[in-house]
Write a protein that binds this ligand. Sequence first.
Ligand SMILES: [Mn+2]
Length: 354
Amino acid sequence: MILNKIMKELDAQGILITNMINVRYFTGFTGTTGVALILGDKRYFLTDFRYEEQGKKEVVPKGFQLVREDKDPVGKAGELIKESKIKKLAIEDGSVTLSQYRSFEKNFGNLEYTGIEDKFLKARMVKTEEEIKLIKEATKIADKAFENIKSLIKEGISEERLATELEYEMKKLGAEGPSFDTIIASNYRSAMPHGVASEKKLQKEGFVKFDFGCFYKGYVSDMTRTVYLGINPTERHYEIYNTVKEAQKKAIDAVKAGITTRELDKIARDYITEKGYGDCFGHGLGHGIGLEIHEYPYLSYKAEDLVLEENMVVTIEPGIYIEGFGGVRIEDDVVVKKDGCEVLNKTTKEFVKL
Ligand SMILES: [Mn+2]
């Protein structure tokens, strides 16, 4: 099992998992309060009265023993740790706060600590068939919701109202909610890569960029489409749009197990640079998705260069942004395969005029 392997690699005898995303990933627990504690070959899940029943159902099949502790989970973990006589405990160095760490030191006795977060993030990169199924469903919902609100994309409606309609559609289609603050950026605002929907009303003759997604059974989707509202796009609108579209296609065509994240980023970036827009593509090409909207691996010249493996799920989302004019981004979620990839989003990427 992966936890034992990681523990061995770190030369630790115990792992404390407090980040709820990792708790869910390793124990199956979907509630909001609980910690997992691995001590040698023993696996405990500590939670309170509210989650006793749900916790048992979820974590026992994953090999965890539920320990109910209503008052002091850290103190209880301390008792178990002291009994086990372990010497080195791995904790999530990327998410444990200083005050949590101080309370560990106070409650756990004399221990050596080591960080485990990076190994957890890497363990989560390659998805299981079950995880891929859920991400696919989340992607389907996003595609369908976008289709369902298309008739509302008109002059005069506010970005916020449109975002509300989109999120409502996703929920009606079975989503738990949006996977991040819905981005709808119209006209000059489309030049902002992360322009969260504002009270601005849509106006004619400009781009409208939609970047959105949903949670489905804990797993996310993330997609971006840019449409043109109006009837007279300029040459520049077409040029920018087609450059992004072609850059995205080149990157998608290159996705397969074995290529590295930086190689992929470079394919899209080189093309955009060749077309004269290199300075207008300031973010990475994409990122992993799963239980979180941004996960390893990051497809960026700024991030660690990692080799893509089969069944990683990543976004491919190049963009060009020109202040005062507008911007375009096109984003799909793809599953890495041995000799290529499966593109999950089905919404058209042609230049759409509405
Ligand atoms: Mn994204």
